[in-house]
Write a protein that binds this ligand. Sequence first.
Ligand SMILES: NC(=O)c1ccc[n+]([C@@H]2O[C@H](COP(=O)([O-])OP(=O)(O)OC[C@H]3O[C@@H](n4cnc5c(N)ncnc54)[C@H](OP(=O)(O)O)[C@@H]3O)[C@@H](O)[C@H]2O)c1
Length: 284
Amino acid sequence: MATSRIIVTGANGQLGSCLREIAVNFPRFEFVFTDVEELDITDQGAVKQCFEQQKPQWIINAAAYTAVDGAESEPEKAFSINAQAVGILAKESAAVGASFLHISTDYVFDGSNPNPLTENDITNPLSVYGKSKLEGEQLAMAGNANTVIIRTSWLYSEYGNNFVRTIRRLGSEKQQIDVVADQWGCPTSAHALAEAIMRIVAKPVFGLYHYSNEGVTNWALFAEEIMALSGLACRVKHITTAEYPAAAAPRPEFSILDKKRIKQTFQLNIAEWEDCLQRVIEKL
Ligand SMILES: NC(=O)c1ccc[n+]([C@@H]2O[C@H](COP(=O)([O-])OP(=O)(O)OC[C@H]3O[C@@H](n4cnc5c(N)ncnc54)[C@H](OP(=O)(O)O)[C@@H]3O)[C@@H](O)[C@H]2O)c1
Protein backbone atom coordinates (compact mmCIF):
# COMPACT_ATOMS: atom_id res chain seq x y z
CA MET A 1 0.00 0.00 0.00
CA ALA A 2 1.30 3.49 -0.85
CA THR A 3 2.24 5.53 2.20
CA SER A 4 0.74 8.91 2.96
CA ARG A 5 2.95 11.64 4.35
CA ILE A 6 1.98 13.57 7.47
CA ILE A 7 3.80 16.73 8.49
CA VAL A 8 3.54 17.43 12.22
CA THR A 9 4.35 21.00 13.29
CA GLY A 10 5.36 21.94 16.84
CA ALA A 11 6.53 18.35 17.22
CA ASN A 12 8.72 18.98 20.29
CA GLY A 13 5.72 19.99 22.42
CA GLN A 14 3.52 17.71 24.51
CA LEU A 15 1.15 16.60 21.79
CA GLY A 16 3.90 16.39 19.16
CA SER A 17 5.98 14.18 21.46
CA CYS A 18 3.02 11.84 22.02
CA LEU A 19 2.42 11.64 18.26
CA ARG A 20 6.11 10.75 17.78
CA GLU A 21 5.69 7.88 20.26
CA ILE A 22 2.78 6.26 18.43
CA ALA A 23 3.94 6.98 14.86
CA VAL A 24 5.50 3.48 14.59
CA ASN A 25 2.04 1.96 15.05
CA PHE A 26 0.87 3.55 11.78
CA PRO A 27 3.16 2.19 9.04
CA ARG A 28 0.83 3.38 6.26
CA PHE A 29 1.85 6.94 7.19
CA GLU A 30 5.27 8.49 6.81
CA PHE A 31 5.68 11.16 9.48
CA VAL A 32 7.79 14.29 9.11
CA PHE A 33 8.20 15.88 12.54
CA THR A 34 9.08 19.56 12.59
CA ASP A 35 9.37 22.22 15.27
CA VAL A 36 10.22 25.89 14.98
CA GLU A 37 13.88 25.23 13.98
CA GLU A 38 12.84 23.17 10.96
CA LEU A 39 9.57 24.90 10.13
CA ASP A 40 8.48 28.18 11.68
CA ILE A 41 4.75 28.16 11.02
CA THR A 42 4.63 31.98 11.00
CA ASP A 43 6.94 32.03 7.94
CA GLN A 44 4.61 31.71 4.94
CA GLY A 45 7.43 31.27 2.43
CA ALA A 46 8.99 28.45 4.45
CA VAL A 47 5.62 26.74 4.94
CA LYS A 48 4.82 26.95 1.22
CA GLN A 49 8.25 25.62 0.23
CA CYS A 50 8.09 22.77 2.76
CA PHE A 51 4.62 21.65 1.62
CA GLU A 52 5.54 21.86 -2.07
CA GLN A 53 8.67 19.76 -1.48
CA GLN A 54 7.15 17.19 0.88
CA LYS A 55 3.77 16.85 -0.85
CA PRO A 56 1.98 15.76 2.34
CA GLN A 57 -1.52 14.29 2.57
CA TRP A 58 -1.99 15.71 6.08
CA ILE A 59 -0.71 18.57 8.19
CA ILE A 60 -1.19 18.08 11.93
CA ASN A 61 -0.63 21.38 13.69
CA ALA A 62 0.63 20.69 17.20
CA ALA A 63 2.44 24.07 17.29
CA ALA A 64 0.99 26.84 19.40
CA TYR A 65 1.69 29.68 21.77
CA THR A 66 0.37 27.97 24.92
CA ALA A 67 1.41 30.37 27.72
CA VAL A 68 -2.10 31.45 28.74
CA ASP A 69 -0.92 34.15 31.14
CA GLY A 70 2.01 35.19 28.92
CA ALA A 71 -0.37 35.92 26.05
CA GLU A 72 -1.89 38.80 28.02
CA SER A 73 1.40 40.72 27.72
CA GLU A 74 2.46 39.27 24.33
CA PRO A 75 -0.76 39.46 22.29
CA GLU A 76 1.04 40.01 18.96
CA LYS A 77 3.07 36.84 19.41
CA ALA A 78 0.02 34.84 20.53
CA PHE A 79 -2.04 35.99 17.53
CA SER A 80 0.86 35.48 15.14
CA ILE A 81 1.30 31.81 16.15
CA ASN A 82 -2.25 30.85 17.17
CA ALA A 83 -4.15 32.74 14.49
CA GLN A 84 -2.24 34.11 11.46
CA ALA A 85 0.09 31.09 11.23
CA VAL A 86 -2.89 28.73 11.39
CA GLY A 87 -4.34 30.60 8.44
CA ILE A 88 -1.05 30.12 6.59
CA LEU A 89 -1.00 26.37 7.31
CA ALA A 90 -4.61 25.99 6.22
CA LYS A 91 -4.16 27.93 2.99
CA GLU A 92 -0.86 26.32 2.03
CA SER A 93 -2.09 22.81 2.86
CA ALA A 94 -5.13 23.38 0.65
CA ALA A 95 -2.82 24.61 -2.13
CA VAL A 96 -1.03 21.23 -2.21
CA GLY A 97 -4.24 19.22 -1.77
CA ALA A 98 -3.48 18.21 1.83
CA SER A 99 -5.95 17.92 4.69
CA PHE A 100 -5.42 19.97 7.83
CA LEU A 101 -5.87 18.93 11.46
CA HIS A 102 -5.66 21.69 14.03
CA ILE A 103 -6.00 21.76 17.83
CA SER A 104 -7.96 24.39 19.70
CA THR A 105 -9.06 24.90 23.28
CA ASP A 106 -11.92 25.00 25.77
CA TYR A 107 -10.75 28.56 26.53
CA VAL A 108 -12.75 29.78 23.51
CA PHE A 109 -15.74 29.64 25.91
CA ASP A 110 -16.50 32.16 28.65
CA GLY A 111 -17.31 29.53 31.27
CA SER A 112 -20.79 30.78 32.14
CA ASN A 113 -22.52 27.54 31.06
CA PRO A 114 -22.17 24.76 33.67
CA ASN A 115 -23.44 22.11 31.22
CA PRO A 116 -21.16 20.14 28.88
CA LEU A 117 -20.39 22.39 25.91
CA THR A 118 -21.18 21.20 22.39
CA GLU A 119 -19.55 22.31 19.15
CA ASN A 120 -22.66 24.45 18.51
CA ASP A 121 -22.41 26.42 21.73
CA ILE A 122 -21.57 30.08 21.45
CA THR A 123 -17.92 31.03 21.94
CA ASN A 124 -16.83 34.08 23.88
CA PRO A 125 -13.18 33.85 24.93
CA LEU A 126 -12.14 35.75 28.05
CA SER A 127 -8.37 35.80 27.50
CA VAL A 128 -5.97 36.85 24.75
CA TYR A 129 -4.97 33.19 24.41
CA GLY A 130 -8.62 32.16 23.95
CA LYS A 131 -9.23 34.96 21.45
CA SER A 132 -6.13 34.05 19.45
CA LYS A 133 -7.17 30.38 19.36
CA LEU A 134 -10.71 31.25 18.25
CA GLU A 135 -9.36 33.38 15.41
CA GLY A 136 -7.12 30.42 14.49
CA GLU A 137 -10.18 28.17 14.25
CA GLN A 138 -11.88 30.63 11.91
CA LEU A 139 -8.80 30.99 9.69
CA ALA A 140 -8.35 27.21 9.58
CA MET A 141 -11.91 26.61 8.42
CA ALA A 142 -11.72 29.47 5.90
CA GLY A 143 -8.35 28.36 4.47
CA ASN A 144 -8.93 24.66 3.84
CA ALA A 145 -12.27 22.90 3.28
CA ASN A 146 -10.67 19.61 4.40
CA THR A 147 -10.05 20.73 7.96
CA VAL A 148 -10.55 18.96 11.28
CA ILE A 149 -10.43 21.08 14.42
CA ILE A 150 -10.33 19.43 17.82
CA ARG A 151 -10.95 21.55 20.89
CA THR A 152 -9.37 20.01 23.94
CA SER A 153 -8.86 20.97 27.58
CA TRP A 154 -6.27 20.84 30.38
CA LEU A 155 -3.65 18.94 28.36
CA TYR A 156 -0.83 17.17 30.21
CA SER A 157 1.79 14.49 29.66
CA GLU A 158 5.22 13.53 30.94
CA TYR A 159 6.65 16.06 28.44
CA GLY A 160 7.05 19.85 28.62
CA ASN A 161 5.49 22.26 31.08
CA ASN A 162 2.09 21.35 32.39
CA PHE A 163 -0.02 21.28 35.55
CA VAL A 164 0.86 17.68 36.47
CA ARG A 165 4.59 18.32 36.40
CA THR A 166 4.25 21.63 38.23
CA ILE A 167 2.12 20.11 41.01
CA ARG A 168 4.52 17.18 41.45
CA ARG A 169 7.46 19.59 41.76
CA LEU A 170 5.63 21.80 44.27
CA GLY A 171 4.37 18.72 46.11
CA SER A 172 7.90 17.48 46.66
CA GLU A 173 9.06 20.91 47.91
CA LYS A 174 6.16 22.10 50.12
CA GLN A 175 3.84 20.82 52.83
CA GLN A 176 0.83 22.73 51.52
CA ILE A 177 -0.10 24.47 48.27
CA ASP A 178 -3.06 26.66 47.31
CA VAL A 179 -5.02 25.58 44.23
CA VAL A 180 -8.19 27.08 42.76
CA ALA A 181 -11.31 24.97 43.25
CA ASP A 182 -13.86 27.04 41.38
CA GLN A 183 -12.81 26.32 37.78
CA TRP A 184 -14.37 23.12 36.45
CA GLY A 185 -13.33 21.08 33.42
CA CYS A 186 -11.62 17.85 32.48
CA PRO A 187 -7.93 16.99 32.16
CA THR A 188 -6.80 15.40 28.91
CA SER A 189 -3.82 13.11 28.48
CA ALA A 190 -1.86 14.19 25.40
CA HIS A 191 -1.38 10.47 24.70
CA ALA A 192 -5.13 9.92 24.53
CA LEU A 193 -5.51 12.95 22.26
CA ALA A 194 -2.74 11.67 19.97
CA GLU A 195 -4.54 8.32 19.64
CA ALA A 196 -7.82 10.08 18.84
CA ILE A 197 -6.08 12.20 16.20
CA MET A 198 -4.71 9.13 14.46
CA ARG A 199 -8.17 7.54 14.46
CA ILE A 200 -9.50 10.63 12.69
CA VAL A 201 -6.63 10.86 10.21
CA ALA A 202 -7.11 7.21 9.25
CA LYS A 203 -10.79 7.80 8.33
CA PRO A 204 -11.52 11.50 8.29
CA VAL A 205 -14.82 13.29 8.59
CA PHE A 206 -13.96 16.98 8.43
CA GLY A 207 -15.36 19.49 10.89
CA LEU A 208 -15.19 20.72 14.48
CA TYR A 209 -14.99 18.31 17.43
CA HIS A 210 -14.62 18.42 21.20
CA TYR A 211 -12.28 15.98 22.91
CA SER A 212 -11.12 15.55 26.51
CA ASN A 213 -10.91 12.58 28.83
CA GLU A 214 -14.12 11.52 30.60
CA GLY A 215 -15.17 13.05 33.90
CA VAL A 216 -15.37 16.44 35.55
CA THR A 217 -13.08 17.96 38.15
CA ASN A 218 -11.55 21.22 39.32
CA TRP A 219 -7.88 22.18 39.57
CA ALA A 220 -7.68 21.54 43.33
CA LEU A 221 -9.20 18.05 43.05
CA PHE A 222 -6.93 17.38 40.07
CA ALA A 223 -3.94 18.43 42.20
CA GLU A 224 -5.06 16.15 45.05
CA GLU A 225 -5.24 13.19 42.66
CA ILE A 226 -1.74 14.00 41.35
CA MET A 227 -0.41 14.07 44.94
CA ALA A 228 -2.16 10.81 45.83
CA LEU A 229 -1.00 8.94 42.72
CA SER A 230 2.53 10.31 43.20
CA GLY A 231 2.68 9.30 46.89
CA LEU A 232 3.18 12.92 47.96
CA ALA A 233 1.91 14.04 51.37
CA CYS A 234 1.58 17.74 50.42
CA ARG A 235 -1.85 19.16 51.38
CA VAL A 236 -3.92 20.98 48.76
CA LYS A 237 -5.79 23.99 50.13
CA HIS A 238 -8.86 24.80 48.03
CA ILE A 239 -9.01 28.49 47.19
CA THR A 240 -11.13 30.67 44.91
CA THR A 241 -9.96 32.31 41.71
CA ALA A 242 -10.31 35.68 43.48
CA GLU A 243 -7.81 34.46 46.10
CA TYR A 244 -5.24 33.69 43.38
CA PRO A 245 -4.40 37.03 41.78
CA ALA A 246 -1.11 35.74 40.27
CA ALA A 247 -2.92 34.55 37.10
CA ALA A 248 -2.85 37.36 34.54
CA ALA A 249 -5.45 35.78 32.24
CA PRO A 250 -9.10 35.27 33.16
CA ARG A 251 -10.18 31.64 32.81
CA PRO A 252 -13.62 30.07 32.32
CA GLU A 253 -15.44 28.87 35.43
CA PHE A 254 -16.99 25.91 33.59
CA SER A 255 -15.44 24.40 30.46
CA ILE A 256 -16.61 20.83 30.33
CA LEU A 257 -16.57 19.62 26.74
CA ASP A 258 -19.41 17.48 25.38
CA LYS A 259 -17.79 14.69 23.35
CA LYS A 260 -20.83 13.05 21.77
CA ARG A 261 -19.96 14.15 18.24
CA ILE A 262 -16.39 12.82 18.22
CA LYS A 263 -17.37 9.59 19.98
CA GLN A 264 -20.20 8.85 17.55
CA THR A 265 -18.41 9.90 14.38
CA PHE A 266 -15.24 7.91 15.04
CA GLN A 267 -16.55 5.17 17.38
CA LEU A 268 -14.16 6.38 20.07
CA ASN A 269 -14.07 4.99 23.57
CA ILE A 270 -12.67 7.66 25.87
CA ALA A 271 -10.93 6.81 29.14
CA GLU A 272 -11.67 8.42 32.51
CA TRP A 273 -9.22 11.18 33.37
CA GLU A 274 -7.99 9.44 36.54
CA ASP A 275 -6.97 6.31 34.56
CA CYS A 276 -4.95 8.31 32.03
CA LEU A 277 -3.36 10.37 34.81
CA GLN A 278 -2.19 7.22 36.53
CA ARG A 279 -0.54 6.00 33.33
CA VAL A 280 1.33 9.30 32.86
CA ILE A 281 2.43 9.42 36.51
CA GLU A 282 3.84 5.90 36.18
CA LYS A 283 6.07 7.22 33.36
CA LEU A 284 7.38 10.20 35.36
N1 LIG B 1 -1.56 22.77 27.13
C1 LIG B 1 -2.88 22.81 27.39
O1 LIG B 1 -3.31 22.77 28.55
C2 LIG B 1 -3.85 22.92 26.26
C3 LIG B 1 -5.21 22.97 26.54
C4 LIG B 1 -6.11 23.05 25.47
C5 LIG B 1 -5.64 23.09 24.17
N2 LIG B 1 -4.29 23.06 23.95
C6 LIG B 1 -3.84 23.13 22.56
O2 LIG B 1 -3.27 21.85 22.25
C7 LIG B 1 -2.23 22.02 21.28
C8 LIG B 1 -0.98 21.32 21.75
O3 LIG B 1 -0.58 21.90 22.98
P1 LIG B 1 0.74 21.44 23.74
O4 LIG B 1 0.48 21.57 25.20
O5 LIG B 1 1.24 20.15 23.18
O6 LIG B 1 1.71 22.63 23.31
P2 LIG B 1 3.25 22.84 23.68
O7 LIG B 1 3.74 21.70 24.53
O8 LIG B 1 3.39 24.23 24.19
O9 LIG B 1 3.96 22.68 22.27
C9 LIG B 1 3.84 23.63 21.27
C10 LIG B 1 5.07 23.51 20.40
O10 LIG B 1 4.95 24.46 19.34
C11 LIG B 1 6.21 25.08 19.19
N3 LIG B 1 6.11 26.35 18.49
C12 LIG B 1 5.89 27.59 19.02
N4 LIG B 1 5.93 28.53 18.06
C13 LIG B 1 6.17 27.87 16.90
C14 LIG B 1 6.34 28.30 15.56
N5 LIG B 1 6.28 29.59 15.22
N6 LIG B 1 6.58 27.36 14.61
C15 LIG B 1 6.66 26.06 14.93
N7 LIG B 1 6.53 25.59 16.20
C16 LIG B 1 6.28 26.49 17.16
C17 LIG B 1 6.69 25.21 20.61
O11 LIG B 1 8.06 25.53 20.66
P3 LIG B 1 8.61 26.41 21.93
O12 LIG B 1 8.36 25.56 23.15
O13 LIG B 1 10.04 26.59 21.58
O14 LIG B 1 7.80 27.68 21.93
C18 LIG B 1 6.37 23.83 21.14
O15 LIG B 1 7.36 22.88 20.84
C19 LIG B 1 -2.09 23.53 21.10
O16 LIG B 1 -2.81 23.92 19.96
C20 LIG B 1 -2.74 24.12 22.32
O17 LIG B 1 -3.26 25.42 22.09
C21 LIG B 1 -3.40 22.96 24.95
